[in-house]
Write a protein that binds this ligand. Structure first.
Ligand code: ZN
Length: 285
């Protein structure tokens, strides 16, 4: 996701985390930490807190009273990474259970656009916008993090939030950072092979519904990873540990100039959020 030589020099000289992908490789290079510092507490609320970004406030695109999602549905929204991760290497490198018998670092810094707009800011803003749209439809929304200044939470804690909320759907929101020339487009990851019934048909259907929604909103499926906008994965801890229907959306490639421009604008982020929220509503029925 970023130049290996840069990563090596950063680690060697400063020990700081470098911008990394959405999760480190299993048993990644980071050394385990003995820190006892806990990551940010998992908090939840039924309405989003004020955004700390400078962008315009999240809003529903509905122009009149929106139709309500039937029943009492719970959606857990998981904004990838966090603003404090990059300056808290010990906490973030601590190994935690990641499913399938593996341990992985608690969390990573995420990527950024070439101009430096960070993934954690993008994911937080989009997630807040998705949550606002869903809350307007009567959905109870629970967030794995409620600001963009904290550390973590670790991937296992993020999964636990969805599990303990008994979520009808858990959607993690990320953006990718492929530096391969011409890489662009979104993809949706789900746990495969499934480790429980909810990781089977429900998670696959949630992922396909998100894929269909993003594609019909005009976003192109990734041309460098997965197939037709879908990516079955065995190595993502948050998905492995979920006992609820769960999917992880990589909205696009932050290293692609066109997608970076969209992600950096409030209007662009609203378009991602509208597509994701509408897809979640479709899935909830
Ligand atoms: Zn990510």
């Amino acid at each position: 996701m970023v130049a290996v030589r840069v990563r090596a020099s950063f680690l060697a000289i400063t020990g700081l985390l470098l911008l990394t992908g959405c999760e480190s490789p299993v048993g990644g290079a980071a050394a385990p930490s003995v820190s006892t510092s806990a990551p940010s507490p998992i908090t939840s609320s039924s309405s989003p807190p004020p955004s700390s970004t400078s962008s315009s406030a999240p809003s529903s695109s509905a122009s009149s009273a929106p139709a309500q999602v039937p029943g009492s549905k719970v959606v857990v929204l998981d904004a990838g990474h966090n603003g404090g991760n990059g300056s808290h290497a010990a906490e973030i490198n601590k190994l935690v259970p990641a499913g399938r018998g593996e341990m992985k670092p608690c969390n990573t810094t995420g990527t950024s656009t070439n101009a430096g707009y960070p993934e954690h800011a993008f994911t937080f803003d989009v997630t807040q916008r998705v949550g606002a749209a869903l809350a307007a439809k009567g959905v109870k929304v629970v967030y794995t993090r409620t600001d963009d200044k904290g550390i973590g939470p670790c991937v296992d804690k993020r999964a636990a939030t969805g599990n303990s909320a008994n979520a009808d759907a858990v959607v993690s929101i990320h953006a990718d950072g492929s530096t391969a020339a011409g890489s662009r487009g979104f993809h949706v990851a789900y746990s495969s092979p499934p480790l429980n019934a909810q990781q089977g048909e429900p998670s696959t259907r949630l992922s396909k519904t998100l894929r269909d929604g993003l594609r019909s909103a005009g976003f192109p499926p990734a041309n460098y990873i997965g197939k037709d906008g879908l990516a079955p994965r065995a190595d993502l801890g948050g998905l492995n540990l979920s006992t609820r229907p769960a999917a992880l959306v990589e909205c696009g490639n932050m290293r692609n100039a066109g997608e970076a421009a969209s992600m950096t604008s409030a209007d662009g982020r609203q378009k991602y959020a509208d597509a994701i929220a509408a897809a979640i509503e479709t899935y909830l029925g």
